[in-house]
Ligand binder design. Structure first.
Ligand SMILES: [Zn+2]
Ligand SMILES: [Zn+2]
Length: 231
């Protein structure tokens, strides 16, 4: 129970950061000079998006509780050595991003999925941070499989799943999603990681750059877009 409660706290805390970040991006000029696109936000955009964002947040907590309820006992609460901790986070990220790349690309290439499901997320040509969660609930549900498959790989490789690396992954994954939907220039550029510009361009052009965290799959399958702005 403690494990599930802490997981929910991590989910809520990272989304609270997303809420504050959204407020600053939409309603203040603090970050204006770092914006990637010139397009202005509609004045009431946040309240138009709020019902689905709230529903998905609720769904996220339900999926987290529901999915973890069956496996909570398997999680080891003591902290693993730091290198093992970092490697586990990386494995979950990589597996999740691989799942996301193929699922996302399929949603673009399948006319039905694009028209009925994924087009909702693409109502945002110029996204704001909490729009990472502005998606059709089915897409949200399918996307959540990635982290569970990632945990399966950790179990396979380490023989155990540890709570602390999982919480680290959940926090970083949410913050990363919030950041890549901010429409703000990235200041930390690591060659294999996809910066905000990568996903922002996906929203601006509604194609290409299908991965979220790493650039590897877009490079291998030649779906990476040429940037209009410096990356
Ligand atoms: Zn997006
Ligand atoms: Zn898309």
């Amino acid at each position: 129970m403690e494990f599930i409660l802490i997981t929910i706290a991590v989910v809520l805390a990272s989304n609270a950061v997303g809420g504050v970040y959204t407020y600053l991006v939409l309603y203040t000029d603090w970050f204006k000079k770092f914006r990637l696109q010139k397009r202005a936000y509609k004045p009431n955009i946040f309240f138009q998006r709020l019902p689905l964002i709230s529903l998905n947040l609720l769904l996220l907590i339900m999926i987290t509780c529901g999915g973890l309820y069956f496996v909570a006992d398997q999680f080891i609460m003591e902290r693993p050595p730091i290198w093992s901790w970092a490697l586990q986070v990386l494995v979950i990220f990589f597996v999740d991003d691989t799942w996301f790349y193929f699922m996302h690309r399929w949603m673009h290439e399948n006319t039905y999925m694009m028209r009925k499901i994924h087009s909702i997320h693409h109502r945002a040509m110029t996204p704001f941070p909490l729009e990472y969660i502005y998606v059709h609930p089915l897409e949200w549900f399918l996307g959540s499989f990635g982290s569970f498959i990632g945990l399966g790989f950790v179990l396979l490789l380490w023989g155990n799943v540890y709570a602390w690396p999982f919480w680290t992954y959940v926090a970083l994954r949410n913050l990363h999603e919030i950041e890549i939907h901010s429409d703000l220039r990235s200041f930390i550029k690591i060659p294999i990681l996809a910066p905000t510009e990568h996903h922002d361009l996906h929203h601006a052009r509604v194609k290409g750059n299908y991965a979220s965290t790493f650039r590897i799959w877009d490079r291998i399958f030649k779906t990476e877009l040429k940037a209009e702005y410096k990356q």
